[in-house]
Design a protein around this ligand. Structure first.
Ligand code: ACO
Length: 428
């Protein structure tokens, strides 16, 4: 039976169709609402608004479910690799042996970045935040691959841009760090796997042979899988909306990196560690900070807590917490902020304020502690998130283009002045 929603407005009744997704989630299709009633909908922060239909990622925030192309995040984190997950997200299916090998070798062949990008990098001051450097360098790729600007290029050429994006991101991300610490950049090594190669470019020096620790490389690969996509969040929506103007993939991804940067989104992982350190320096007084987070006159929030869609738990946070314990034990690292994080979580989860608002630790609450144990500096945490999110952004961009989505252009309710006469400056 076709379900419908009936709306009555000014003695008029109209029926709007209900759309049902493959997991039975339902939406009222309002595409004819304005033409039939003159009304638009108003939904600040898009809390109730679906912007598209998508077959990439399924997320059920009430039940704590996250799946890429139908595969559970738990399964993928345990059995897959980041490049396999990237293939899955972008192409819709898990690759067979040959498909995966071809995908990997195509990526490996494009890890090198044009030498001229180095002169752009050299122009940044040492204090430049690596996220700002990264999005600028990604955007600069349009200058080196001008054909990527053509929205009507062939599928093969589009695929070339996709491969280059995945291949060059670790190189650009590691270089954004090298700029920060004023060390010579390190070139990619094509004999290494994706995550190992990134660690090599981050930590090797021209004078020292850097041996990649497999525990570190495996943990990083898992973290990248957990961050690979998250349906229509702030940065993915940004990527889709920029792409909807037929801007290039590089421009769209660069915009996604900027959207991710903010502390309410991907920047939360840096903010969490800064918060935990602040608590540690304040005699580890966890209760004081829980109190501050509850105080409406205080702008302080518990970073790494709460999520727009997860209202029971964030399944990624569960996996990360367990991985965090394992990695610290395997590496023999003790981190005092881990104890503070656990204490904070324990107190907050029992507190009525957090219970009433369904506030749980999110993916970023424990990821920073693992990154620290892996030797990654705090202001690189959000870059790590961006590196993981690349295949998701690409899949979202590609799907939006394949669905030939119209340009993203929300409406508004105007609350400004009505028409008034221009006043000469002498009379104002
Ligand atoms: N600490 C204290 N109170 C919080 C927190 C928090 N971290 N998060 C939400 N609340 C409270 C709000 O004050 C609000 O209370 P009220 O109803 O009494 O006014 C209520 O919970 C709902 O919060 P909203 O901000 O309306 O929820 P929204 O869905 O818009 O925000 C968000 C979600 C941005 C993630 C928010 O929970 C937050 O700021 N968390 C901290 C930052 C963070 O960890 N971001 C990473 C998210 S995961 C990711 O992007 C990868």
């Amino acid at each position: 039976m076709n379900k419908k929603v009936e709306i009555s407005f000014q003695d008029e009744k109209i029926e709007l169709p209900v759309i049902t997704g493959s997991e039975n989630e339902q939406a009222v299709d309002i595409s004819k609402l304005r033409s039939q009633t003159g009304l638009i909908t108003l939904d600040r922060g898009f809390k109730n608004t679906g912007s598209t239909s998508s077959s990439i990622t399924f997320l059920d925030g009430e039940r704590g479910i996250l799946r890429y192309r139908g595969y559970s995040i738990e399964d993928l984190a345990q059995h897959s690799s980041f490049l396999e997950v990237s293939y899955l997200l972008i192409n819709g299916q898990l690759p067979n042996f040959n498909e995966l090998n071809n995908f990997k070798s195509e990526i490996t062949n494009h890890t090198l970045v044009a030498e001229d990008v180095r002169s752009i990098l050299d122009g940044f001051p040492p204090r430049a935040h690596p996220m700002g450097v990264l999005c600028s360098l990604v955007s600069s790729l349009t200058a080196f691959y001008p054909k990527s600007l053509d929205p009507n290029r062939s599928l093969q050429e589009i695929n070339g841009t996709i491969i280059r994006t995945i291949a060059k991101l670790p190189t650009l991300a590691a270089w954004s760090y090298k700029n920060r610490v004023r060390q010579p950049i390190i070139y990619p090594r094509n004999d290494l796997e994706y995550s190992s190669n990134f660690l090599h470019m981050m930590f090797a020096l021209p004078t020292i042979n850097y041996e990649v620790n497999p525990i570190v490389a495996n943990a990083l690969d898992k973290l990248l899988i957990l961050h690979a996509d998250h349906e229509q969040n702030c940065s993915a929506s940004t990527v889709r909306i920029v792409g909807s103007s037929h801007a290039s993939l590089y421009a769209s991804i660069s915009a996604g990196i900027n959207a991710l940067w903010g502390p309410l989104h991907g920047g939360a992982n840096q903010a969490v560690i800064e918060m935990l350190e602040q608590i540690r320096n304040d005699d580890g007084n966890v209760k004081k900070y829980v109190q501050k987070a509850k105080d409406k006159s205080d702008p302080f929030r518990l970073m790494g807590f709460g999520h727009r869609v997860y209202k029971s738990f964030d399944p990624r946070a569960k996996i990360i917490k367990k991985t965090c314990d394992e990695v610290l034990e395997q590496l023999g690292v003790t981190d005092p902020v881990l104890d503070i994080a656990k204490k904070l979580e324990e107190i907050a989860l029992k507190d009525q304020y957090f219970i009433d608002r369904s506030l749980y630790p999110n993916v970023d609450f424990y990821s920073g502690i693992i990154y620290r144990a892996l030797g990654i500096p705090t202001d690189m945490f959000t870059v790590m998130f961006a590196l993981g999110r690349i295949p998701g952004w690409i899949a979202q961009w590609k799907e939006s283009r394949e669905q030939n989505e119209p340009i993203g252009r929300p409406r508004q309710i105007y609350t400004g002045e009505k028409l008034r006469d221009y006043i000469n400056i002498k009379k104002r």
